[in-house]
Design a protein around this ligand. Sequence first.
Ligand code: IMP
Length: 187
Amino acid sequence: MILILATRNKGKVREIESALAMPSLTFQSLNDFPDLPEVIEDGDSFLENALKKARTVSESLNLPVLADDSGLEVDSLKGAPGVWSARFSGPAATDQQNNEKLLTLLQGLPEQKRTARFVCILVLYPPSGRWVRTEGTCQGRIALSPEGDQGFGYDPVFYLPEFQKTMAQLPLETKNRISHRAISDED
Ligand code: IMP
């Protein structure tokens, strides 16, 4: 069976492929379909965005599609950046710029107030249109400075007290066991 991953983010593709690997599944991502138009993520929630991506791509290709919408919620910023995580410091923001903006906003905030979570909504949309969703979260806090070079996005500034490391200091196998994409409320 072919499963289309509705993302061009190579970090996400690597993680989802490694988490769902099984002999009967062949993965393709939007990088294999460069002509498909970009789906504008203009929803107010992770679910709206994930469903829009999954439905649009599935209807274009007539194939089953898995779409993930995910982001970081920081308690002291009232849940920001949330659905704006990828574009926190502007429309063409790099991961490094987003991390710098976050650390600047939290400057001087003590450890116990730097609580945050990664959130992930996954939508599986088959050509029949009978879609299903699942949600996962991963709790941590925002580090004082970036550490580590694994992963992507906010991983270098997302500190996990139980490991005493940032997500970017953990091997992919460990991230795939504990992350918001790995842990689902349907398990
Ligand atoms: P989107 O789901 O493609 O709209 O973007 C989600 C954004 O949230 C990414 O660009 C990252 O900035 C952030 N994000 C989502 N998942 C992770 C993760 O596992 N690690 C670090 N950052 C993440």
